[in-house]
Design a protein around this ligand. Structure first.
Ligand code: NAP
Length: 265
């Protein structure tokens, strides 16, 4: 992941998320929003200027950036955290990744879930949850994903065991076994159940429940350098998956009949 005072990118695509709506409505007091602020936590584009002391990128590089000082909806954005965009990843996918990927990886690191442990994930069908499920499963973590009926198949395809969220969720989770840690990527009043299932608040983290402090639970917030390398890791995995998917499409359509070699660039 590139770090440094600043690199300026000409924006090709900008991500828009529920967090932007909360920010615009004034619900996120932690992030100052001056009257002339330009929204946008994430954007993908081509670097056209770098500040002194910047390492890890140069003019002409295609990058995707996490913009903790906002500004992604503009023609140009100034970034202090970014990752190279592989050719296999589209501009749209690259722009949709940074905020959710950084949050997913950050919370998994904070929870310190390791291979063989069981993670209960609330919000497994959402932007953060979809990425968190795959990153956790790739580490050998067993994921129980609390989702709505419409996301059960998705959760299963991503490598999780789905349970239906809503009243009675704690009982449904208990029926599947013990839980080591809980990742709340929904923020919809699940912390009492989370604490009961994890045996206390120590290994429960929420991304957005404003009641966190009252429950003694950590509310994880983005800050520069909090999850170094998270964006590089996520975009490399996405590139691998997209290359593999494209290779399958080509073989299935008959346009290619020989072995296809996957490479990252
Ligand atoms: N602190 C940070 O750094 C940070 C970074 C990124 C995001 N966030 C916050 O994290 C939250 C998730 O972000 P996102 O982009 O992933 O949002 P999202 O795409 O809207 O996903 C939220 C998911 O939560 C599910 N959900 C709703 N009620 C639930 C419940 N009671 N139990 C389990 N799941 C439930 C939703 O399912 P349905 O579709 O069935 O409603 C949806 O799949 C947002 O509040 C966002 O603002 C914080």
């Amino acid at each position: 992941m590139g770090r440094g005072p600043a690199a300026r990118t000409g924006v090709r695509a900008a991500g828009i998320s529920p967090t932007d709506l909360a920010l615009r409505a004034g619900y996120l007091k932690a992030i100052p929003l001056p009257p002339d602020a330009v929204l946008g936590f994430e954007a993908a584009g081509t670097v056209d200027a770098v500040g002194p002391g910047v390492t890890g990128t140069s003019i002409g590089d295609d990058v995707t950036a996490l913009l903790l000082s906002l500004g992604g909806y503009a023609e140009y954005a100034v970034a202090s955290t970014w990752a190279r965009k592989p050719h296999a990843v589209s501009w749209l996918d690259a722009a949709a990744l940074p905020s959710s990927a950084e949050a997913a990886e950050r919370v998994l690191r904070q929870l310190n879930v390791t291979s063989g442990e069981t993670l209960l994930l609330f919000g497994g069908g959402g932007s953060v949850g979809i990425i968190a499920t795959q990153l956790a499963a790739a580490r050998g973590v067993k994921v129980i994903s609390a989702v709505g009926e419409h996301d059960e198949t998705l959760a299963r395809e991503l490598g999780a065991t789905p349970v239906r969220y809503g009243p009675g969720v704690a009982g449904r989770v208990r029926a599947l076994g013990a839980v080591d840690a809980v990742f709340d990527a929904a923020g919809k009043g699940v912390l009492a159940d989370a604490i009961a299932l994890a045996g206390g608040p120590r290994r429960v983290i929420t991304l957005s429940d404003p009641a966190a402090a009252g429950f003694g639970v950590t509310l994880s917030e983005a800050a520069p350098g909090r999850a170094p390398g998270a964006l590089d890791e996520a975009i490399a995995l996405l590139a691998e998956m997209q290359q593999a998917a494209e290779a399958h499409r080509q073989l299935e359509s008959g346009s290619v009949h020989e072995r296809i070699i996957l490479t990252l660039s």
